[in-house]
Design a protein. Sequence first.
Length: 311
Amino acid sequence: MTGELAIDVRDLVKTFGHKRVVNQVSLQVKRGEIFGFLGPNGSGKTTTIRMMCGLLTPDSGSGTCLGYDILKESAKIKRHVGYMTQKFSYWEDLTMRENLDFVARMYNMDNRREAVDEALEGLGLTERANQLVGALSGGWKQRLALAACMLHKPELLLLDEPTAGVDPSARRDFWEELHQLARKGISVLVSTHYMDEAERCHKLAYIFNGNLLVQGTSSEVIASQHIGTWAIHGEHLAELSEQLQRTPGIEQTVLFGTVLHVSGSNPVLLEKQLRQAIAGTSLKLEPMETGLEDVFIYLMKHTQVNGDKAV
């Protein structure tokens, strides 16, 4: 089953009132693939994910999820999907075990005890099984939410910004768990704002104003924009950034502490302008590989300038 598509959708459209939230989105997700959705808040990420998995009916478009038609067989899809919301939604006055047992009851699982034990053990929660959830850190609550998603052994996980507000160590551990699940053939759709998490996805899609602007592997997404980037090291970079923003051939400047990233689509003109700008200063200029964050900022700015909107 590893060669099959978990999701195959075409031209999905969703409108709320007079606003088209998702505009003709088409994409494919393989089984065992971690597919990341990126884009600003309100860009249509969550709506797209829900439509692809039969949780929300599109106004138009078609496709399949886990082999089921997203329009006609949404009830069947839901039995094979685990959904983890951004906001923690379990009961803080119950223990971990009691929470999982309650979820197992909602699924009408016959082997509740065994399923709960397996979920606790699988995510390293056994020692904290009888601890009240309200006393847990964000990282442990996150693990509990993932365990609850996995109780009914879904083939597909939907994760809506699952690591928001979680410390870096817990985020790293969480992603290790996701890759373990992917190796077992479970597909994962995850929305995130963290670039280090985006780089850990097998494939990415960037959505802005309901439009799917780019998709592919991290390297494919970066290469698709054909921009070069230089790094400037030194002091007083904010003033330099303002100056460069008015310079022909320079399309983007982004400050990262004591480093200024400068990007443009004409590599010869870009280098010439930068060398002239820092001539006679102590600033250090060096070429660098364009990163995902540079590309996504570039995409968002240029889409806003060009007026490429779904409404």
